[in-house]
Design a protein around this ligand. Structure first.
Ligand SMILES: [Zn+2]
Length: 96
């Protein structure tokens, strides 16, 4: 089962990784608190990085990702979360 979906960072639309239905006007998002898919109620983490939008189906993600999301929610505010994503991009050499 797919647990991620992407779209271009200029888009305000992304498909839910679980049900593949379109979710509009949800992006860009810097919120690290999951939202519910309006179609299937999957818990989704939406964020933008590396000129892409990402949707992560938290409940179907690998354990490490689910634990990371939980840690980020409890330990970081939104600004810190975005800063962490930017640092990952820089470390990986994928800064656009
Ligand atoms: Zn869905």
């Amino acid at each position: 089962m797919n647990w991620t979906a992407t779209s271009d960072a200029t888009s305000k639309e992304i498909r839910c990784p679980r049900c593949r239905q379109s979710i509009v006007d949800c992006l860009p998002s810097a919120d690290h608190h999951p939202v519910q898919c309006p179609h299937c109620r999957a818990k989704l983490l939406l964020f933008s990085a590396s000129a892409r939008n990402f949707a992560v189906d938290v409940d179907n993600a690998p354990d490490e990702i689910r634990e990371f999301v939980t840690w980020a929610q409890q330990s970081l505010d939104e600004v810190q979360f975005v800063s962490l994503l930017l640092t990952f991009e820089e470390l990986l050499g994928i800064t656009p």
